[in-house]
Write a protein that binds this ligand. Structure first.
Ligand code: GDP
Ligand code: MG
Length: 439
């Protein structure tokens, strides 16, 4: 995928003490191919690569101590800019309710996203009204009602015999009468863009004059998503895009091209089917995600400032030789503690936001004490080979440390996650925490 390819390019660059123009050219060729392969719009790729190249061959970069890192940083910034630079916020009407119209093709995720957006607004102490304006798709109204029940948000429906325009109008009035501050209109989609669909959407638009027209597009469809966005935008003046299904193996192309092609910012990203799998879209985070490095640069800076380099090197050696034990785990937690809040660190590591087990890893001192007690109740073999810890061993350890089997289980799971993280981390440090060419 895109991430893997870019990481390859950059690991080559990172290892170099000096970078020549040829190196940059070669890297940019790879970047270009990687982006095209990820289904990024051709023109977008061309502009992007020429911008990055221009900045990369500058004298300061070539003469810098770590040119590879500087180039990665340039790519990261340009990717961020490409996606709009900073986060595009949802509009808020100063005359409530704020009216949001959800549009898009069938199956893109309009209805699901409507529910998720309502939930997100509720979290911000707002009171959204969901409006069932898709009267065509069988069970579309029911689908929205189920979502509404799930999050305890009111759903406005007039069945499937009233026109969507009328439904939208009455819904806005209903929101006013009941002091609801957001109206989310879930409209109908088609398999393809057609006159009839656009006509209906335009009519709804002119009758309720929405503050937001959010186009919901399926990120998995790559450049098609961008084409859809372009067509919708020409007819409806979108205010934002919601990219759905980013949890799937989308190639990233849509996220990278939408803003550049349509001028329309991505406002939200949906990362799953669950009701809370929607987040505001942050261009800088997406760029990092695409580069497969979380906020690697800042993390490496932080790590170099805080971590004992000798210890880190030793730890890395152990990781490589699979000697990492529970004693090392304790020490590692101590080191990690110096880096700051654990969830902040995890956010910076690629792939780690998925490591749910790590999320509850609290490294406050009290917790550390319990962790230490558990580790000290293990035998030497257990510390080295956690795989052998069956239920009886876990029970014994829990009793010996004055904790519970659940806690022991959790710790073992965290140990596994830590092992994985260490492996990834040392890989990304370019095979030598702080040292060059230690491999
Ligand atoms: P609509 O026709 O545009 O209203 O689309 P729906 O909201 O009915 O969604 C179509 C399908 O896509 C459903 O099965 C959803 O569960 C699924 N879906 C929506 N958003 C996401 C997402 O972010 N990730 C995944 N994996 N599935 C999604
Ligand atoms: Mg729907």
């Amino acid at each position: 995928g895109l991430t893997g390819r870019l990481q390859n390019v950059f690991s080559k660059l990172r290892g170099k003490g000096k970078v020549s123009e040829d190196d940059v050219n070669e890297a940019m060729r790879e970047v270009r191919l990687a982006l095209l392969e990820a289904d990024v719009n051709f023109k977008v790729v061309k502009d992007f690569v020429s911008k990055v190249k221009e900045k990369s061959v500058g004298k300061e970069v070539m003469d810098s101590f770590t040119p590879g890192m500087v180039i990665i940083d340039i790519v990261n910034k340009e990717l961020t800019d490409l996606m709009g630079g900073s986060q595009a916020k949802l509009a808020k009407s100063n005359k409530p309710p704020t009216v949001i119209m959800m549009v898009g093709l069938q199956g893109a995720g309009k209805t699901t996203t409507s529910g998720k957006l309502a939930k997100l607004l509720q979290k911000g102490n707002s009171r959204p009204l969901l409006v069932a304006a898709d009267i065509y798709r069988p069970a579309a109204i029911k689908q929205l009602q189920v979502l509404g029940e799930q999050i305890k948000a009111p759903v406005f429906s007039l069945g499937d015999q009233t026109s969507p325009v009328e439904i939208a109008k009455q819904a806005v009035q209903h929101a006013k009468d009941n002091s609801l501050d957001y109206v989310i209109i879930d409209t109908a989609g088609r398999l393809h863009i057609d006159e009839e669909l656009m006509e209906e959407l335009k009519q709804i638009h002119s009758s309720v004059n929405p503050d937001e027209v959010l186009l919901v597009v399926d990120a998995m469809t790559g450049q098609d998503a961008v084409n859809v966005a372009d067509s919708f935008n020409k007819q409806l003046e979108l205010t934002g895009v919601v990219l759905t299904k980013l949890d799937g193996d989308s190639r990233g192309g849509a996220a990278l091209s939408v803003k550049a092609v349509t001028g329309c910012p991505i406002k939200f990203a949906a990362l799953g089917e669950k009701i809370d799998a929607l987040e505001p879209f942050h261009p800088e985070r997406m760029a990092s995600r695409i580069l497969g490095m979380g906020d690697m640069l800042s993390l490496i800076e932080k790590a170099q400032a805080n971590i004992d380099t000798d210890k880190a090197k030793e730890m890395e050696r152990k990781m490589r030789n699979a000697e990492f034990t529970f004693d090392d785990f304790l020490e590692q937690m101590d080191q990690v503690k110096k880096l700051g809040p654990i969830d902040q660190i995890l956010d910076m590591l690629p792939g780690m936001n998925k490591a749910k087990g790590m999320k509850d890893l609290k490294v406050d001192d009290k917790q550390m004490g319990r962790v230490e007690a558990i580790v000290h109740s293990m035998t030497k073999t257990e510390k080295r080979q956690p795989e052998i810890m069956n239920h009886n061993r876990r029970k014994r350890i829990a009793a010996g440390s004055g904790t519970s089997v659940a806690e022991v289980n959790r710790l073992i799971k965290q140990f596994d996650e830590m092992r994985k993280m260490m492996k990834q981390f040392s890989g990304m440090m370019g095979g030598g925490a702080g040292g060059k060419g230690a491999k």
